[in-house]
Each structure stands twice: as structure tokens, then as C-alpha cells.
Design a protein around this ligand. Structure first.
Ligand SMILES: [Zn+2]
Length: 238
């Protein structure tokens, strides 16, 4: 055979095929990388109104969407559940929603990690509520304590505190009117991992199960995985 190589028509076929394979591999690699990258972030809600009486601000870390905190409307006043980690971002989020920080009368804090309390200073007029302070890492700022099972009434709405240690030893959840459950990082991820030395996975899973078994809950609001609604609970193993 002249030239010892493949006929030119075969080479033409082989070269494009090789390029296609390379492109295919590249596409798979990119897809896997992007999928892994967005898996955590895809549940994070953009800043906006998410229910008729509920707003959220999206928080970021190094420019990437990281989590949410929430604002419950009560007439012309608001109650926040957690506060975000960056004051500048919290201020601009409120501005985007048309909500004045002065109208936020209370902030219910699920736990004292920076991404949930770093911008509490924005809500200087609000009463800060949190839970169990035994071994608490809560900063030395004025705050009110709620006991496990205690209910606070604000503008005719009832906010109940549940002690739910695990993610931190002093984590709590808040249930509004028996329907909206704010869980902070009790549902941090489907692949839970320690965030601090006092992290206790066994406790976290136990209290997660307990929260999922509450009757009448319509929506669950997480710090990093957006909102999920009954009967969507199955997404989280416990
Ligand atoms: Zn968090």
C-alpha cells in the first residue's frame, strides 16, 4: 500500500472523531465540575419575595451565593430570621426589597455562626432573640433568651423556639404559627460535616427527625438550602 498510512478519506474521518471524543471528554469534565459547584448553591434563593408574607435576602461568600436569611412581614413591620454575615450586603438586600432596617422589630437567631449573625449591627433597633446559652458562643450583645418550647407573640403571630443542638451546641429552630419552620443550619447539607469542634452529628440527625415530625408545618426555611415544603421533606435524609 502506497504511503503506508491510512487512505486520506479514512484520516479525514478519524481526525474529526478524535476531536469529537476529546470535546466529549472535556464536556463531561466541565459538566461534572459545574454540577459539583452548583449542587450546594442551587437551592439558595435570590433576594426577593418568596411567599405572600415572606421575603429573603441572598448572602454571598467570595462572590458566590451562599445562603439566605428571611424577613416575615407583619403589617408594616418585619421580623428577621437570622441576619446574614455581611452588613453591607444585608443593607443593600433590604434596600432592594424596599424594607427599612428600622422596621425590623426583632431578629430571631438560630445560631451564632458568622454567616447568620455577622450583620446584626444593621438591625440596631431590633430585639435579638436566641435560644440556649449554655456554652453559648453568642456575642456579648444584648439579646433575649427563649427556652425550649417557649412562645413569643408579636403582632398576633406566635413564634415558638425549639432547642435543636447538633450543628452547634446552642442551635435552635423557630416555628411561626405552627406553619413556617426556620431551621438555620439544622439542615445544612445532605452530606453533613463538622463545622466546629462541638459539632455533634448524632444530635443533629435526632433533632432534624424531630423537626420533620412536627404536625402542620407547611414550609421549612434553611440557611443554605432555600425553602422546602411538605411533602418535599424526603430530600433530606435523617
Ligand atoms: Zn450557616
Amino acid at each position: 500500500m502506497q504511503g503506508g498510512g491510512l487512505p486520506s478519506h479514512a484520516r479525514r474521518k478519524i481526525l474529526p472523531m478524535s476531536a469529537k471524543i476529546k470535546m466529549g471528554i472535556l464536556a463531561v469534565v466541565i459538566t461534572l465540575g459545574v454540577t459539583a459547584g452548583v449542587a450546594y448553591r442551587r437551592y439558595v434563593y435570590p433576594t426577593g419575595k418568596i411567599l405572600h408574607d415572606l421575603y429573603t435576602v441572598r448572602t454571598h461568600n467570595n462572590g458566590m451565593p451562599m445562603g439566605n436569611f428571611f424577613l416575615l412581614q407583619m403589617g408594616d413591620k418585619y421580623v428577621a430570621f437570622d441576619a446574614g454575615g455581611n452588613s453591607e450586603e444585608t443593607r443593600s438586600g433590604l434596600q432592594r426589597l424596599g424594607i427599612s432596617a428600622a422596621d425590623v422589630i426583632a431578629v430571631f437567631v438560630t445560631h451564632a455562626h458568622w454567616d447568620h449573625i455577622g450583620s446584626l449591627d444593621v438591625f440596631s433597633d431590633a430585639v435579638i432573640y436566641t435560644g440556649n446559652t449554655e456554652n453559648s458562643s453568642f456575642p456579648d450583645t444584648p439579646h433575649r433568651l427563649m427556652m425550649d418550647g417557649e412562645v413569643t407573640e408579636l403582632f398576633g403571630r406566635y413564634i415558638k423556639c425549639f432547642y435543636t443542638p447538633g450543628h452547634t451546641i446552642d442551635s435552635v429552630c423557630f416555628l411561626v404559627d405552627g406553619k413556617y419552620l426556620f431551621v438555620g443550619d439544622l439542615f445544612i447539607t445532605t452530606n453533613d460535616s463538622p463545622f466546629e469542634a462541638r459539632y455533634n452529628k448524632e444530635l443533629q440527625l435526632r433533632y432534624r427527625k424531630q423537626m420533620l415530625e412536627l404536625d402542620g408545618v407547611e414550609h421549612v426555611f434553611t440557611g443554605h438550602f432555600g425553602l422546602f415544603s411538605n411533602p418535599g421533606y424526603f430530600r433530606f435524609r435523617y
